[in-house]
Write a protein that binds this ligand. Sequence first.
Ligand code: DMJ
Length: 635
Amino acid sequence: MSNSLPYSMKDVSYDNAKFRQRSLYKVINQTLLTQNVKRDWLSCSTGKFLALVMLFGLAYLFLTHTSSGPEVSGGLAKNVMVNEGDKINGDGISGLRKFWRKPPRLPPRLSPDEKGGKNSLSREAENPSSRLKWVSRQQKVKDAFIHAWSGYKKHAMGYDELMPLSQRGVDGLGGLGATVVDALDTAIIMGADEIVSEAGSWIETQLLDRIKHKGQVNLFETTIRVLGGLLSAYHLSGGDEGMKLTRNGPKPTVYLDTARDLADRLLSAFTASPTSVPYSDVILRDSSALPAPDGLSSTSEVSTLQLEFNYLSTVSGDPKYSLEAMKVLDHLKTLPKVEGLVPIYISPQSGQFSGENIRLGSRGDSYYEYLLKVWLHQGGSENSNVTYLYDMYIEAMKGVRNRLVHRSVPNGLVFVGELPYGSNGAFSPKMDHLVCFLPGTLALGATKGKTKERAMKDNLLTFDDLENLKLAEDLTHTCFQMYSVTSTGLAPEIAYFHTEEYSEEGLDGGNKTSKYLSDIIIKRADTHNLLRPETVESLFVLYRITEDPKYREWGWQIFEAFENYTKVDTGGYSALDDVTHIPPRRRDKMETFFLGETLKYLYLLFSDSDVIPLDKFVFNTEAHPLPIRSAVRSS
Ligand code: DMJ
C-alpha cells in the first residue's frame, strides 16, 4: 500500500470506478453494447466487413486514445502522459485527432433493484418498526437537549456557557448569552416550545442591551453563533415568508432587528482594515475593530461570514453586509494557492496569506466549507456571479485528494493529514476532529443536497462528484472509528494515523476489541472531547444523501456514549479530559455548539428527510439553517 499515490489511484474498488478510468477494451465493449450489436455479427459477410473496419478502428484507437481528455482530472489525469502521447504520435495524428470525439463518460448505473423504484436502503427507513425505533431515539435526543438547557437555565442563564460541575456560568465569547442564541433554532426544530419561549424572551428583553454595551468579541464566533442563530430563528419562526415552525417566542422581526444592530457593529472589522481582509475582533460598544495580537487573522475565520451577511442583506434589503463580506472571497480568489489549498493564516495588513501551514482542521476548515455553501446558498447555478467559489471548491478538493489523503496501516483507514511546512515540506498524519466536517461537505457538494439515488438516476454526477462522494463515505467511516477505538466511545480532539513512515507505541484509544486500535494513535495532550459536532454532522448529511441506515446506527452509538460519560445529573453535559480512560475525567464546560449543533444534527439524523431538507436549506458552520434563495420562492 502506497502513501504517496493520489487518492483516486489508490482505490480501484469504488462503486463507480468502472466509469472513471475506462480501458480501451471497455470503450469498445461499451460502444458495441450501446449500439446493440449482436453476438453473431461475424457470421455474415457484412459482419466480416464490419470486423475489418473494427480492426482498423482498433489500430486507430490504439494510436490516438492516449489522452485522458479534459474531463478526467485530478489524480487520474496526473498519471496519464498526455503530452508524451502527443509527441510520439506526431503532427499527422494530432491533426486526425481533431476528428476524433471521445464518447462521453457513461453515467453510473443503478442496480436493477434500484431502478425498480425505492432502493433497499430507503425502504428500510419506511419500515414501520424501524420508523418507530428512530422516532423513539429522536425523542431521547430531544430529552438530552432539554436536560442540557435545564442545566444552563438553572445555573448560567444569560452567560455564554455553562460550567456544569461548578454549576455556574462563564462568558467565554464576549457575554452575549451565546448558548441562548445558539440553542434557539434547535429548540424550534425540535418543537421544544417552552425553551423557545424562554430563549426568545431573553433575546427580546436582554440581547440588544448587551450588544450596545459589551466590549471585545471575535468577529467569526459572533457571526456564526449569534448572528447565524438570530437569522435562522427569524426564518424558522415565520420571517422572510419562512416556515413558522413555532408560535412561541417574540415576533420574528425582533430577531431580525437584533441581528441588524449586531451586524452594523461587526461591520467595523471590515471597514477598519486597510485591505478587504477583516480584523479578527470588534469592540461592540463603540463599533471599533482591532487585529489579533499577532496581527494575523485565521483564513477560516475571514471566509466564514458570508452566508450570514448575504442572508442579512437579502432579508433587510440593505446590500452593505453582503458587499463587505463578499469582498473577502473576491480577494481570496486572486491569491496564490497549492492546488486550491491555502495557508491557515492571512494578514489583514497586507492582504496576503502568512506562513505555509496547510490543513483542514482548526483555522483552515470552514474556508473550504463556505466555498461550496455560499455558492449553494445563492441557488447553486452554473452561471451565477459566485460560480467562481464552486470552481475554487472543486479545485481545492482535488488538492485534498492529491496531497492530503493517505491511508493508515495496517487496516487502510482513509484520513486527511496536514502539510505544516507547505507543499514541499513533510506530510503530517495528524487529523483534528474538526476535519470530520469534510465528509458532509463533500457529499453535499457531490449531489447538491439530492439523494445519491436521485442524482444517479438523473445522471448528475461528474467524475469529481463521484470521487468526492466516495471520499466522503470513506472519511465518515474513519471519523466514526475515531470514536469507536476509545474506551468511552468518544473521539479525541486530535488523532494521528499509523503509516509506513510514522508510528508510536502505547498510545491507543483503549478499546481492545476495535480492529483499528493500532491504526489510530492518540497523544496524551489530545485525549479531550469538547462535545464537538463534526462527526454527527457528517453522519446526518451522509444519511440524508445515501439513505444508508448504518449512519444512523453509528450516530446512535455516539449519542449513547455522550449519555454515558458526559451527562451531568444536576443539569447539562460536560466536556471530557480523557476519552481513553474509564471513568473519564470531566472538564467542567458545556460548549454552546453542543446545543446548537451536536444535538441538532443527531435529532435531524433520526428525523424524516423533509425536516430541513438539504436541497432547500444550507446550514451555516454552526448548524443554523438558512434558506436557499431559489427554494424560498418555490416553496
Ligand atoms: C463550531 O463553532 C463550528 O462548527 C466551527 O466551524 C468549528 N468549531 C465549532 C465546533 O466544533
